[in-house]
Design a protein around this ligand. Structure first.
Ligand code: F6P
Length: 501
């Protein structure tokens, strides 16, 4: 968007000398006025370093960039991924929020695959299988892994294990302790060409003895069949589902196995409710719009190079890893859709971990380091355990950290001084239900898309990951003693790897 930096600069300069605590003192209504709710998801932006005038400027940017139209185009199935000439219709996997012919046709395909998923879950439940190995990587792993880790219950019908890394130690660890006679495997790969997944699939097929209890999820069923997986155990996906937006599709099969189909559907319902909110809520009441504008303010206004995500809930410990892919594979671009270089910085580095553990590792740098790191703190009001004091302590720590980062504390001793003025957003879920988690993930998906619209980049391609993959497949034979590397440094390093010298 032309003039994004210029539109922010005047406000950044105006507010440069005003601390976050002064902003809050000057506007006592902020705690309520800068907060939004959508069902079980409450988000408070009062501890961001903008005031109402700066927010007006941000919402004017949102109007000029037509974020409302951009959301409509996404949900209706327009080609929002022009470099690959595709829509990105993950919303059609979870509901019928848009009524365009394409979105409705996609919805019908999604529903028919959900019926097949249900049958496969039932058939497996009636079998002696107790353990499932889910084999996939990136978008074919991180979403199911997050949701299963967050929501699976100890009494679940199946234990689901995840195998992603090509490092054979990963396969060794996952398979140790499993019984091949009571294990089934699901290979998840949109392309069914991903090296890691094919190699790990081969290891598991050998370990199982054959592919009789192997399932696949892919947009290329014939490739799964060529691997030996029978067509009745192959679930389709489509090119209008991006890998990192795919947990709502049959990629969520491990979720359905771990949680049961009803709770998988509840996850979809939560995401669909957020889709409806994103489509219908006016810009100023629109959660993903507000979050995306805040991201742009912090990145382009305050020049923050990184962004922390800090779930204060052990069950959400994998959320930072999930969001790293969602944000950085979607927004780590320096070329605009029109082919020109971007004029402003795009995705910051996203990182984080679960509180309170992280308080005892990297929070020192958050409080007193030279870099200001905006943070998303995520809490859950009601715990699903009976350790009440622990839960109160967890929430007390969550609140304490956001307050300490914002307000700081002065001291005569420079070593003991907390500068404060460090922005954060607080996200609260009423309880960690499948609906609430679905809503939270969809909220981030739409925020990421809107940031891409504001930066005029394509959120849905990822050409940056291809070169490394191509080089790795060329170097594999060289490492096995056949051929040489083109690059002299790589060739020298190959020698070291092969001979130790
Ligand atoms: O890492 C790049 C990537 O293409 C991701 O976008 C994708 O989720 C992952 O690889 C796995 O791809 P596939 O599902 O085709 O195996």
């Amino acid at each position: 968007m032309g003039g994004l930096r210029e539109a922010l600069d005047a406000h950044v300069r105006r507010l440069a000398g005003t601390s976050l605590s002064a902003l809050i003192a000057a506007d006592p209504e902020r705690a309520q006025a800068f907060a939004l709710r959508c069902g079980p998801l409450y988000v408070n932006f009062a501890r961001q370093r903008y005031d109402r005038a700066a927010l007006d400027a941000l919402f004017a940017i949102a109007e000029r960039a037509d974020l409302a139209g951009a959301l409509r185009r996404l949900l209706e199935g327009d080609i929002v991924n022009p470099t690959e000439a595709r829509p990105a219709l993950h919303s059609a996997l979870r509901g019928a929020v848009a009524q365009s012919a394409f979105a409705l046709a996609a919805r019908a395909q999604a529903v028919s695959v959900q019926l097949r998923m249900r049958e496969l879950v039932q058939a497996l439940a009636a079998s002696p299988v107790t353990d499932i190995v889910s084999i996939g990587i990136g978008g074919s792993d991180l979403g199911p892994r997050l949701v299963v880790d967050a929501l699976a219950q100890p009494q679940a019908r199946f234990r689901v294990h995840f195998l992603s890394n090509v490092d054979g130690h990963a396969a060794q660890r996952v398979l140790a302790g499993l019984d091949p006679a009571r294990t089934a495997a699901v290979m998840i790969s949109k392309t069914f060409t991903t090296q890691e997944t094919l190699l790990n699939g081969g290891i598991v097929r050998d370990w199982l003895g054959d592919a009789e209890r192997m399932y696949a999820v892919t947009a290329y069923p014939q490739r799964a069949e060529a691997f030996g997986i029978a067509p009745e155990r192959v679930l389709p996906m489509w090119d209008w589902v991006g890998g990192r937006y795919s947990l709502w599709s049959a990629v969520g099969f491990p979720i359905a196995l771990a949680l049961g189909m009803e709770r998988f559907e509840a996850l979809l319902e939560g995401a669909a409710a957020l889709d409806a909110h994103a489509l219908q809520a006016p810009l100023r009441e629109n959660l993903p719009v507000w979050h995306a504008l805040t991201a742009v303010w912090n990145r382009n206004g305050l020049q923050a190079a990184t962004q922390a995500v800090l779930p204060y809930d052990e069950r959400l410990r994998l959320l930072p890893a999930y969001l790293q892919q969602l944000v950085m594979e979607s927004l780590g671009k320096s070329v605009r859709i029109d082919g020109a270089s971007v004029a402003v910085d795009t995705a910051p580095v996203w990182w984080g971990g679960a509180g309170t553990d992280t308080q005892h590792s990297f929070f020192q740098a958050l409080h007193q380091g030279t870099q200001v790191v905006p943070a998303d703190f995520i809490g859950v009001r009601q715990a699903a355990h009976g350790f009440e004091v622990n839960h109160a302590a967890l929430l007390a720590n969550l609140l304490a950290q956001t307050e300490a980062l914002a307000n700081g504390q002065d001291s005569e001793d420079p070593h003991r001084r907390y500068p404060g003025n460090r922005p954060s957003t607080l996200l609260l879920l009423d309880a960690l239900t499948p609906q609430a988690l679905g809503m939270l993930i969809a909220f981030y998906e739409h925020s990421v898309y809107l940031q891409a619209v504001l930066w005029q980049i394509n959120a849905f391609d990822q050409f940056g990951v291809e070169l490394g993959k191509q080089l790795a497949s060329r170097l594999l034979p060289a490492l096995q003693g056949q051929g040489q590397a083109d690059d002299p440094v790589t060739q020298a390093l190959l020698e070291v790897l092969r001979t130790g010298e």
